[in-house]
Design a protein around this ligand. Structure first.
Ligand code: PEP
Length: 250
């Protein structure tokens, strides 16, 4: 199974910044093509920058791209939303669903996230479903209960999950510079792997990513933990060198 390395650019930068970042990412990956033997590399720009990224990637299809969110609804009267069918039409292959920033800042519920996963799969997008506990929940020892609940709400029972991935991102590790310890990551990923048996016969094919302050200097250790099948990377994906150094570490 190839590792899945995903850059989440979040709400950063101008159109020109996006053009420069994607050009640097392509050039750097082109110069280190051996990375692609072990990794699938994906970038998720803001919606408005997707056409520029698509244009740049046209001659370099080994690099994939996706979105950071999609609507749970079909096309229609949902002002300000972007549908899964529009993402598919824009050649996205992946979509991040249920990122903790959306759960917290946009009040997305477990149920809504479950609807988004179903809609994304209907349009042949591969959802990257984010789960993870807050600091308070971990201190109360509730991390498995929380992640188990989030998985139960997000995952429909299906024969195949069309390349769906789970991203375990403890909320307290995101953007904080404090990644979870290898032991915490190993325990949670083993728990998630076990849970996945309840949802799909193809559970062994589902990649489980870790996200939360992954940097070039902790990437090799993180990506060698059992059941860590890739990484979701925020801050370090905004520089081509650090993003690809993480991919290379796998
Ligand atoms: C994220 O936002 O998904 C993330 C993991 O961010 P960072 O790598 O900056 O912690």
């Amino acid at each position: 199974m190839k590792k899945l390395i995903v850059g989440n650019w979040k709400m950063n930068g101008s159109m020109e910044d996006a053009r420069v970042l994607i050009a640097n990412t392509i050039n750097s990956l082109d110069a280190q093509k051996e990375i692609l033997k072990k990794c699938e590399v994906v970038v998720c720009p803001p919606f408005l920058h997707i056409p520029a990224v698509r244009h740049a990637i046209y001659g370099f299809p080994e690099l994939r791209f996706g979105a950071q969110n999609c609507s749970a609804h079909e096309d229609g009267a949902h002002t300000g939303e972007i549908s899964a069918s529009m993402l598919r039409d824009s050649s996205c292959t992946y979509v991040i669903v249920g990122h903790s920033e959306r759960r917290t800042l946009c009040k997305e519920t477990d149920e809504e996230i479950g609807e988004k996963v179903k809609t994304a799969l209907r349009y042949d997008l591969s959802p990257i479903v984010c789960v993870g506990e807050t600091q308070e929940e971990r201190e109360a020892g509730q991390q498995q209960e929380v992640v188990g609940r989030q998985l139960a709400a997000a995952l429909p029972k299906l024969e195949t999950y069309h390349n769906l991935a789970i991203a375990y991102e403890p909320v307290w590790a995101i953007g904080s510079g404090n990644a979870a310890t290898p032991q915490d990551i190993q325990e949670m990923h083993a728990f998630i792997r076990e849970q996945l048996k309840n949802y799909s016969k193809a559970h062994e094919d589902i990649r489980i990513l870790y996200g939360g302050s992954v940097k070039p200097d902790n990437a090799a250790v993180t990506l060698s933990i059992p059941n860590v099948n890739g990484a979701l990377i925020g801050g370090a994906s905004l520089k081509a060198d650090s993003f690809l150094a993480i991919a290379k570490a796998s």
